[in-house]
Write a protein that binds this ligand. Structure first.
Ligand code: GLU
Length: 304
């Protein structure tokens, strides 16, 4: 498959959307990102890499971090993880409080904020230095030793985290957080603040695309079955309350973040990462989503 030409065609076809959508502006660090950036990188199972546009410029991965955190928690807790967090799509906003209250502090899935906070709590009780371990894991997955947190982004998030703090407190009230609420929020925001470029993000997701090999990176181990299950959760819960739309239009498991990034995988074929900061009303990258729709349409490669 001539992925290089395909990616160039994909880029050309999404360009008309370059003014559609709005950059996340709930913290100043995200608001000042150049909205006109666009990058895409595809990494095949055979490790051929193709990219177009700003694929080597780092951006804030935000909620894509929830995939890496879940992998760590699943490797430690196995199936018992699901006693504390569900695996059903939420159908509500990623930071909704209502559902959490009705369901007595058991978050719908690990990719909404409440679920990711329970996962952060698990990391805090499972690793001696969870923030360092998370960074080591992400660095190993993407093969870049200088990947880092953006502490300014993490601090800024905390300063404005009225809703996220409410979620963490509600979880604590329902005894689904063991650690100090402040510690959980700190780790959650740190993990969101990691910056990667499309090239690194595609490389990191390759491990989830390849079920043929056991997952073992920086001491985090998952069975083939666990990788498949992670992909199932990405498919059903990875795109805020637009997971159905993403499934319908793109047909790949993946995860998006409000930094404008999307990482997705075509099992046993490739991983792909795309970045364009302008978001639709659900929080997904407008050009990113369209680019992946084009990619799976032109190649006729999706999980369906
Ligand atoms: N740090 C963001 C928050 O919790 C993550 C947003 C996202 O990418 O969904 O509000």
């Amino acid at each position: 498959m001539d992925y290089k030409t395909i990616l160039e065609d994909v880029y050309a076809s999404v360009k008309p959307l370059s003014n559609v959508g709005r950059v996340a502006d709930y913290i100043p660090e995200l608001a000042k990102v150049n909205p006109d950036k666009f990058g895409i990188c595809l990494n095949t199972i055979g490790n051929d890499v193709y990219s177009v546009g700003d694929a080597y410029e780092r951006f804030s991965i935000q909620s894509i971090s929830k995939v890496f955190a879940l992998a760590m928690a699943l490797s430690v807790k196995g199936e018992s993880l699901w006693k504390r967090v569900g695996k059903e799509p939420s159908g509500t906003a990623f930071n909704s409080l209502v559902q959490l209250e009705v369901e007595h502090g058991i978050p719908r899935n690990p990719f909404i904020n409440a679920g990711a906070m329970v996962v952060a709590d698990i990391l805090l009780t499972s690793f001696e230095n969870p923030a360092e371990k998370y960074l080591e894991f992400v660095r190993t997955l993407c093969g870049s030793n200088d990947v880092d947190y953006n502490d300014q982004v993490a601090r800024s998030e905390r300063e404005t985290a009225y809703l996220n703090a409410a979620i963490a407190n509600l979880l604590k009230y329902h005894k689904n957080i063991e650690c100090d609420v402040e510690e959980v929020l700190r780790l959650y925001f740190l993990t969101c603040s990691v910056e990667l470029n499309c090239h690194e993000l595609a490389k990191a997701f390759l491990a989830f695309a390849n079920h043929a090999e056991p997952f073992s990176h920086a001491g985090i181990e998952l069975t083939r079955s666990q990788i498949k299950r992670m992909n199932a959760i990405m498919q059903t819960c990875g795109f805020y309350d637009e997971a159905g739309e993403f499934s319908y239009l793109v047909g790949l498991p993946g995860k998006s973040g409000v930094g404008g990034g999307i990482a997705a995988i075509c099992p046993m074929r490739y991983s792909v990462a795309v970045w364009s900061p302008r978001l639709n009303s659900k929080g997904n990258s407008v050009m990113g989503m369209k680019a992946l729709e084009e990619l799976t349409t032109v190649t006729n490669e999706s999980i369906f």
